[in-house]
Design a binder for this molecule. Structure first.
Ligand code: DCT
Ligand code: MG
Length: 497
């Protein structure tokens, strides 16, 4: 890291003015006068303590190296409350009630937020000395072992390291725009690792043992720890190419090839595209442009629930025992998504064959279809499964834009523009996927996501279990890729339940 810095490739940051001729004491403005911190050195170590003290000062906190009267918060790491109290008593400080005694997790969250945060029960010191077994308890990096496979990690819905994962997601997206698959997957993988952490990253020590973090990624993390932003990521984010690609690829029906072509032709903005007289659009793209604002805004959980009710009512009118399940991000518990993914299966083969066409015809009769495209099944069980972990499945599916009636005024989570506000409905992207009954378990597994989870699940099956998993079946590599029978217990079989 230092070699890179010393090479002149990376700008060296200016340090604040040094006071009193001491190399370790810089002047920082105190922003939070009511809070005075003290870090317990025991089990933290002197060098980590010094680093954290310096960090807190940079963030505008007052921090004392001695336990003075003015101290309000005592912060300890890997110590139980009883141990800290005993230590205070050994210092002849019996009036422990006057101090807030908190875990390092409170300190790190304050550093992440840039201000003192409310002390919650999770910030209390552990009763026992061991690392907490519960995933929900915030812990420090020294307690956590992070699996290299996303399918062996829990990924909380609340991403406490968003400042870092957003940066990595931008890098991944940019590599995708350049069609550089290796670096794209590397950044996606690293982002997924950081998303899974149950503690906020505050120092480089927090990331030193994590899997999939390359040196250049660590440099980005270091920049963000120091400056709250990374010059490399900012350069990407503000580049003309990235901005245009981001807009064009967000149009329904527009992929990388079309984006690349439009960019080469000199188009940069959405207005450039919509006002062009020489571009020819597919029907999907025309509809994508027509309902751009609605589709680019998020689908809420309430809207997804409304779509689910609508589709279930229609399907159960035809096949009373059909199984209809919302998958994708909403199945993972997200409150917003870019579309609604719905899986459909019928216990009887004859029902399954017609169900998608019948459903779309019903939606059309109700005047709810703004656009639809049906892709028929290409599944062929004589073919070997794809070895490519990102390969798409072969199910019959339909990509729709549905017209969803707004239930009340405030259906939008963003501020509606004038034309949207005048409408009593919103355009919603919906994917309907029909699967054979015997492949349904695998389809649910594959469509629930996230993308990284699915990718790693397939990698795990292949590398660790000598099996191959796709959205249709689990195959045993040692038995000439014969399909496994235990369909409903895929997780258990893979040992990741
Ligand atoms: N999927 C996958 N590989 C891909 C794309 C998708 O395995 N290349 C799976 C995982 C999620 C599921 O399909 C649905 O895809 P999306 O709707 O794109 O993802 P999502 O998680 O539902 O995201 P969003 O909440 O934005 O809709
Ligand atoms: Mg989705």
């Amino acid at each position: 890291m230092d070699l890179v810095r010393g090479s002149g490739l990376v700008p060296v940051k200016k340090k604040p003015k040094i006071l009193h001729g001491s190399s370790s004491f810089y002047r920082y403005d105190v922003k939070f006068k009511e809070v005075v911190l003290f870090l317990v050195e025991r089990k933290m170590g002197a060098s980590r303590r010094n680093f954290l003290m310096e960090l807190a000062r940079r963030r505008g906190f007052q921090i004392e190296s001695e336990l003075r009267d003015c101290v309000t918060h005592i912060v300890a790491e890997n110590n139980s409350r009883a141990e800290v109290v005993e230590w205070l008593k050994s210092k002849k400080l019996n009036d422990v009630i006057k101090y807030q005694i908190v875990d390092i997790s409170w300190f790190t969250e304050c550093m992440g937020a840039g201000c003192p945060i409310k002390i919650e029960s999770r910030h209390q010191l552990m009763v026992q000395e061991d690392c907490p077994a519960s995933f929900n308890t915030p812990v420090s990096s020294s307690c956590v072992r992070v699996s290299p496979y996303a399918c062996q990690r829990r990924t909380p819905l609340r991403d406490i390291n968003r400042i870092f994962t957003d940066a990595f997601d931008i890098m991944a997206e940019n590599y995708e725009f350049w069609e550089s698959k290796g670096p794209r997957v590397a950044y996606q993988r690293a982002s997924a690792v950081l998303k899974s952490l149950p503690f906020p990253i505050v120092t480089m020590k927090d990331v030193e043992d994590l899997p999939h973090l390359r040196e250049e990624m660590k440099y980005i993390i270091e920049e963000i720890i120091e400056d709250r932003k990374s010059s490399k990521v900012e350069e990407v984010r503000s580049s003309e190419r990235y901005k245009s690609f981001k807009i064009f690829t967000s149009i329904f029906g527009v992929g990388l090839k079309t984006t690349e072509k439009w960019y080469r032709m000199g188009y940069r903005t959405l207005e450039d595209i919509t006002s062009s007289n020489c571009l020819k659009f597919t029907s999907m793209q025309k509809h994508g442009l027509l309902y751009y604002e609605d589709i680019a805004s998020y689908v809420t959980k309430k809207e997804a629930d409304a779509v689910e009710r609508l589709i279930k009512t229609i399907i159960w009118g035809f096949v009373s025992d059909a199984i209809v399940t919302v998958t994708g991000g909403f199945r993972r518990g997200k409150n917003i998504g870019h579309d609604v993914d719905i899986l459909i299966t019928c216990p009887q083969k004859r029902d399954e064959i017609q169900i998608l066409h019948k459903t779309i015809n019903s939606l059309k009769k109700m005047n709810l279809v703004l656009f639809h495209d049906i892709v028929e099944s290409t599944f062929d069980d004589t073919k070997r499964p794809s070895r490519y972990v990102d390969s798409l499945d072969h199910f019959q599916k339909s990509f729709l834009i549905l017209q969803l009636q707004k239930e009340e005024e405030n259906t939008y989570i963003h501020k509606p523009n004038k034309s949207e506000a005048q409408r009593s409905w919103k355009a919603i992207r919906v994917d309907l996927v029909v699967t054979p009954y015997e492949q349904y378990a695998f389809a649910i597994l594959g469509w629930t996501g996230s993308q990284q989870f699915e990718r790693d699940l397939r990698r795990f099956a292949s590398h660790e279990k000598k099996m191959m998993l796709d959205n249709h079946a689990l195959y045993d590599k040692s038995k000439h890729l014969q399909c496994c029978e235990l369909q409903m217990i895929v997780y258990e079989f893979l040992g990741i339940g």
